[in-house]
Design a protein around this ligand. Structure first.
Ligand SMILES: NC(=O)c1ccc[n+]([C@@H]2O[C@H](COP(=O)([O-])OP(=O)(O)OC[C@H]3O[C@@H](n4cnc5c(N)ncnc54)[C@H](O)[C@@H]3O)[C@@H](O)[C@H]2O)c1
Ligand SMILES: O=c1ccn([C@@H]2O[C@H](COP(=O)(O)OP(=O)(O)O[C@H]3O[C@H](CO)[C@@H](O)[C@H](O)[C@H]3O)[C@@H](O)[C@H]2O)c(=O)[nH]1
Length: 430
């Protein structure tokens, strides 16, 4: 099938390259010239394991990129993979979605024959039907269900494992309104369903599909927050939280995934998605107390880590190494990473910061251009008065002699990953 994907960031690029791998012909439409150039030259614009190989394999053939919306005219379906960030009050900012819907509508005005528009972005319930569809109608002069169909297909991939997650999904959720849309979605997803060994395909309404995405993320984020709440209680009693959480995870009703306690959840999704669905619920008059509590617990973890450091040293003028800048291992994404919060607080307290990450340094440099960056964990630790571990990159587990080069070997571990204990002042957050 010929498809277009508007937005070529973490999701748009991954989905495009994977659909190309599955045999479809895909064109990525983005407003960013650098991204478009990179893709057309077969270079992957982001760090995502396995993605560079797919981009290189299919670029110039089944995978192309453009800034020209007109290229959509030659495709049968368009996915919207645009950013849906937060407004200041936490509510969803639909600016990019609205702009793209208008541009898409203006383009579809010139198309003969039907077209399928699929929301891939995470949007609050009713957005596709009440905001996206009408915008396209207005700009195209066509009617939903007649000149074009709308659908919603939430994406559950995680950064760091995006390609594997997309190609082996636990479930595929297809929200639509017409038989024609479901049939096209079936055709589109058939190669994935076959390759992935027939995962459940849930056919549902568009708003249900939108809500499923939020419910999924809200549940996972809350699970981590509950693990952190329990781990914080464990710490008060000197109880080993890892043993407790690993053991409750053996109960099949609980499950071991997403019980990793520590600094909490960051990234481009959990923080903004919990905020957006809380704001949307409040907008309808419902106060989601449990979800708000999950956010509160999460917001508290970085301060708890800094308290452990403040108990040991006065931060003013000290050199603090922050190990791990990405919001999780396996990605170069620093959006809402725990490290950004730690660095802000350290700078506010007058400390000097030296950051290290295997792949996310350049992205963090855009956020904090004036702090120091090291090329290795060893370099970051050399001469430091303290170290904070913010991301659970495997290489931090192996750190050992490197701590001996610190001015004072204070190590506060936000991810309980460092294994060396002897000869350093080590404390884990949980
Ligand atoms: N990142 C994830 O792991 C993930 C997973 C599942 C769902 N999502 C959701 O997918 C959506 C996209 O997330 P992302 O992380 O890929 O975002 P991103 O910021 O990485 O990428 C968005 C892309 O859209 C482009 N863009 C912006 N306005 C445009 C326009 N008018 N026309 C064409 N292109 C435009 C930007 O240049 C950028 O390349 C969000 O709703 C997010 O919540 C993200
Ligand atoms: O046991 C755990 C697991 C994760 N995290 C943290 O939680 C955050 C998010 O991690 P993860 O969910 O692995 O990465 P994301 O790429 O943000 O993926 C989430 O957000 C995506 C965007 O909506 C969804 O598609 C995915 O299903 C959902 O897992 C990171 O800061 C992790 O460090 C923990 O603290 N403990």
């Amino acid at each position: 099938m010929k498809l277009s994907i508007i937005g070529s960031g973490y999701v748009g690029t991954t989905v495009a390259a994977c659909f190309a791998e599955l045999g479809h012909h895909v064109v990525n439409v983005d407003i960013d010239d650098d991204i478009v150039r990179a893709l057309n030259e077969g270079r992957c614009p982001i760090h995502e394991p396995g993605l560079a190989e797919l981009v290189e394999r299919h670029a110039g053939d089944r995978l192309r990129a453009t800034t020209d919306y007109d290229e959509i005219l030659d495709t049968e379906a368009t996915f919207l993979a645009l950013p849906t960030p937060s407004n200041d009050d936490g509510s969803i900012d639909l600016g990019a979605m609205k702009a793209a819907a208008t541009s898409l509508g203006e383009t579809l005005a010139r198309k003969d024959g039907p077209h399928l528009v699929v929301t891939k972005s995470t949007v609050v319930p009713t957005t596709t039907v009440d905001v996206i569809g009408p915008r396209i109608e207005e700009a195209s002069g066509k009617r939903v269900g007649e000149g074009f169909d709308i659908a919603m297909n939430p994406e559950f991939l995680r950064e760091g494992t995006a390609v594997d997650d997309f190609l082996a999904p636990d479930k595929i959720v297809l929200g639509a309104q017409t038989d024609r849309a479901y049939e096209q979605l079936d055709e589109l997803f058939a190669p994935l369903v076959e390759r992935a060994g027939n995962p459940p395909v849930v056919k549902t309404g568009i708003s249900e599909a939108e809500m499923i995405k939020y419910a999924n993320n809200a549940f996972l984020a809350s699970k981590i927050s509950l693990a952190n709440d329990l781990a914080n209680i464990c710490k008060e009693f000197g109880v080993d939280s890892a043993e407790v959480l690993e053991t409750i995870g053996l109960d099949s009703r609980i499950g071991s995934a997403f019980l990793g306690a520590g600094l909490g959840w960051g990234g481009s999704c959990f923080p903004k998605d919990t905020a957006a669905i809380i704001a949307a619920a409040r907008g309808r008059g419902y106060e989601p107390r449990l979800l708000q509590a999950a956010v509160d617990v999460n917001d508290g973890q970085p301060e708890r880590l800094l308290d452990l450091l403040r108990e040991r040293i006065d931060l003013g003028g000290k050199r603090v190494a922050v190990l791990g800048l990405a919001f999780k291992p396996g990605t170069d994404d620093v959006r809402t990473s725990r490290a950004t919060l730690l660095i802000s607080s350290l700078l506010d307290a007058g400390a000097g910061v030296v950051g290290y990450d295997p792949v996310a340094t350049e992205n963090m440099r855009e956020r904090f251009p004036d702090i120091e960056y090291a090329d290795s964990a060893a370099d970051a630790l050399a001469g430091a008065d303290a170290a904070l571990v913010a991301t659970d990159w495997d290489e931090f587990a192996a750190l050992d002699d490197e701590f001996d080069a610190m001015r004072s070997p204070i190590v506060i571990d936000g991810r309980r990953i460092v294994t060396r204990r002897e000869g350093i002042d080590y404390e884990s957050l949980v």
